[in-house]
Write a protein that binds this ligand. Sequence first.
Ligand SMILES: [Zn+2]
Length: 273
Amino acid sequence: MPPVTRIDAIRYARHERPAGDNFAAPVDDHDLPMPLDYYVWAIHRADDETGSLPPVIVDTGFGEAAAVARGRTITRPVIEGLRDAGIDHLSVEDVILTHLHYDHAGSLSLFPNARFHVQDAELAFATSRRVLDRATRAPFDGEPVADLVRKLYRDHVVFHDGDAEFAPGIGLRLASGHTAGLQVVCCETARGTVVLASDAAHLYANVTRGLAFPIFIDQPDYARAQQRALALAGGSLDHLIPGHDPLVLQGFPAENDIARVDLPPHTSIADML
Ligand SMILES: [Zn+2]
């Protein structure tokens, strides 16, 4: 049995927007709708000796206050999406934070019993003088970062410095550029390595068009991060799970806004673009 037995991509929010907002360079279809979906991910595992292990959660999403402040629509609160995926948030022991932007690390309080796994560079950046720059600060919310610091002082934070093996069949790979310490999560499943790319690739179109999403701290690094995520997925879009693409729910077997990305898509993602 592969170490990872199931991966849920659980949608919790949406933002309607035109395509032009999703690329760092002009695009011909800039007026056409290209909404963003917001996800958290749950990695389910099995252990040969003890049976199932607690699922690992990737990112926490945001709550109603951030949704109102930023004009996003919560489609189903994260806590309910987890419950619909059979996960009790109180039993979660490990949460991997891909990065600390508000939409990925906004609801730490949902997981009072968890350790939070973050890259050294990410927390260092989010508490550094770089935050004084308003544009750089915009995708962060201060309270969740402060929450993470409070958790650090209660021994609920685990730091990773670059690539790391998180657990059998789950690897963390540094892919900075969008942020200083963005990490993607590689999962060994029955169909091979599935890469939870988070915002190393917001949308499949960012990868296929070779155009960055227009939020980054270092554009060349971000371009390399996108390519790294794709390479980790064996060059296959079917094995790359972007952070915000509605095609994930359309392409993979899905029910109730939860896509099974450990399974192959119905038709190849490349044919859907
Ligand atoms: Zn994001």
